[in-house]
Design a protein around this ligand. Structure first.
Ligand code: AMP
Length: 206
């Protein structure tokens, strides 16, 4: 099973991804997590991404495409994966299409978690309050101002992917405002019962 979870920050992609991981035995590939690990480790990519992430902007396409390309080559991703936070732009989606075609594999579904922006801001504020109450450190980008920048980036650069995947016939939209368990049930209902069979490799076709 190869899936994409699409939705603005705070829509619950991470929560639903964890449930899909448990259900299908596939891996969650979160570009946000990978980039945060790179920032923590102080790698060249991390150094490049740190300020951009803290301000709520998007890391350059070639950087994230590079890390996803390497990650989907790993043995644990062979059985399938859930992309969480990638692609975020049309060029990233086009690069992903090429990557998958080169490997002779196809996406099963793109699940859009549809939410309302005011509710998102409230969700993030709750997450900040809960994190503080647990005495845990906040993420650099956990602030209402940065959230607004991230939502703007989502609207301008990521939302066009809804039409992109609708045109490919793989988009499935779910109400992300429902209770967590109900969102999980709705996702279950829209997923195909059989994973999409692998396509012949591009090279083999010519
Ligand atoms: P996330 O954990 O998915 O909310 O991502 C946190 C931050 O990492 C984002 O606000 C971006 O700065 C960066 N990021 C994560 N994924 C991508 C991506 N696919 N393209 C560009 N930037 C990304």
């Amino acid at each position: 099973m190869r899936l994409i979870l699409l939705g603005p920050p705070g829509a619950g992609k991470g929560t639903q991804a964890l449930r899909l991981v448990a259900k299908y035995g596939i891996v969650q590939l979160s570009t946000g997590d990978m980039l945060r690990a790179a920032v923590k480790a102080g790698t060249p990519i991390g150094l490049q991404a740190k300020e951009i992430m803290a301000s709520g902007g998007l890391v350059p396409d070639d950087v994230v495409v590079g890390i996803v390309g390497q990650r989907i080559e790993q043995p644990d991703a062979r059985k399938g994966f859930i992309l969480d936070g990638f692609p975020r732009t049309v060029p990233q989606a086009a690069a992903l299409d090429r990557m998958l075609a080169d490997r002779g594999i196809a996406l099963d579904s793109v699940i859009e978690l549809r939410v309302d922006e005011d509710a998102l801001v409230r969700r993030i504020e709750t997450r900040i309050a809960e994190t503080k109450a647990r005495g845990e450190p906040l993420r650099d980008d956990d602030s209402p101002e940065v959230l607004r920048t991230r939502l703007k980036a989502y609207r301008q650069l990521t939302e066009p992917l809804i039409a992109y995947y609708r045109d490919q016939g793989v988009l499935r939209t779910v109400d992300g405002m429902a209770a967590i368990d109900d969102v999980t049930t709705a996702i279950d209902k829209v997923l195909p019962s059989e994973p999409t069979p692998a396509r012949a490799k591009k090279k083999a076709q010519s």
